[in-house]
Write a protein that binds this ligand. Structure first.
Ligand SMILES: *[C@@H]1O[C@H](CO)[C@@H](O)[C@H](O)[C@H]1NC(C)=O
Ligand SMILES: *[C@@H]1O[C@H](CO)[C@@H](O)[C@H](O)[C@H]1NC(C)=O
Ligand SMILES: [Cu+2]
Length: 157
């Protein structure tokens, strides 16, 4: 009986461990969504964004939009003259594809310039998963199994 439990716990821990590094969806502004009069830098300051994570901009269609800009465009709230970067679905999902700084503004009225509707984040690279046959990969796998066993034993005692 005890060894059955140990096996189940080991299996659960081994399945759960890799999911710790899975992609995260961030609802920008949480329940406030993408709107005026919200401090998006305060919202972002305790978050670590990684390549593969997504930003979800939620707002009423037609009231706001989302434009990816560059640093100067962000500083000046410059609304690009062409529409190619404008997202306006009301539920825009942006998957963070590359590391570095990313800047987003609202292009409606003076929402960016006068109402703070702008977000800048830094996207961190994700360390590549170690190849299973590399020395590092073997050590990592062995470490995961060891940790799983310790956790399983601790739960049993
Ligand atoms: C998205 O925004 C709409 C209003 O524009 C709101 O009714 C809805 O609850 C929001 N969804 C989430 C997940 O916050
Ligand atoms: C930003 O705006 C200021 C003041 O309008 C202007 O002097 C400056 O050249 C602008 N910078 C950029 C990069 O657009
Ligand atoms: Cu807006």
């Amino acid at each position: 009986m005890a060894s059955n439990n140990l096996f189940v716990l080991l299996a659960v821990v081994l399945v759960v461990l890799p999911t710790v590094t899975m992609a995260t969806d961030y609802l920008v502004g949480d329940s406030s969504g993408w709107t005026v009069g919200f401090d998006y830098q305060n919202w972002a300051k305790d978050k670590v964004f990684h390549v593969g994570d997504s930003l979800v901009f939620n707002y009423t269609v037609g009231v706001h939009n989302v434009i990816k800009v560059d640093g100067p465009g962000f500083a000046n709230c410059t609304i690009p003259s062409d529409n190619s970067n404008v997202l306006a679905s009301g539920h825009d999902v942006i998957t963070l594809a590359a590391p570095g700084k990313k800047w987003y503004i609202c292009g409606k009225l003076k929402h960016c310039a006068e109402h703070g509707q702008k977000l800048v984040i830094n996207v961190e690279a994700v360390a590549p998963a170690p190849a299973p046959n590399s020395a590092y990969g073997i050590v990592t796998s062995a470490f995961q199994v060891l940790m799983a066993a310790i956790v399983a034993l601790a739960l049993l005692v």
